[in-house]
Design a protein around this ligand. Structure first.
Ligand SMILES: [Zn+2]
Ligand SMILES: [Zn+2]
Length: 131
């Protein structure tokens, strides 16, 4: 039971649905230092071209992530400062987004915690009735 909960909680802590291009971009930013001005210039030109031809149609472009949203369920979370695919909500308890990637783990653990409380409460009541 406890290991199940731990597994589910770690499930929540995985990628909630950050689009792969953004992850690549973050990794590149962190590890790809020492770029010269020319390559940056080319990059900004490519960016402009990308903005003009949205591969996903007119759904939307996130200027904060420099990324075209794949579908209408992709939403930019202000708290995480990143786009989340299948965004549901930003969970204050985990200080993390709940999205397409972890929503199943999230709801399963909510139900499990609820079930534990109910059974625990039931035991307390049962105990009180017996006395
Ligand atoms: Zn975004
Ligand atoms: Zn968030």
């Amino acid at each position: 039971m406890t290991t199940n909960i731990i597994a589910l909680l770690t499930g929540i802590l995985q990628n909630p649905g950050i689009p792969q291009p953004i992850i690549d971009k973050i990794l590149k930013k962190q590890f790809g230092k020492g770029k010269d001005a020319q390559s940056e210039d080319i990059e900004s030109q490519q960016l402009q071209a990308k903005q003009q031809q949205n591969p996903y149609g007119q759904i939307g472009y996130c200027s904060m992530c420099d990324h075209h949203k794949k579908d209408r369920n992709t939403y930019h979370c202000i708290d995480c400062d990143i786009c989340i695919e299948g965004f549901d909500h930003h969970c204050v308890f985990f200080s993390k987004c709940i999205g397409g990637g972890n929503i199943i783990s999230f709801w399963t653990s909510i139900i499990m915690v609820f079930a534990i409380f109910v059974s625990f409460g039931g035991l307390v009541v049962f105990d009180a009735v017996l006395k």
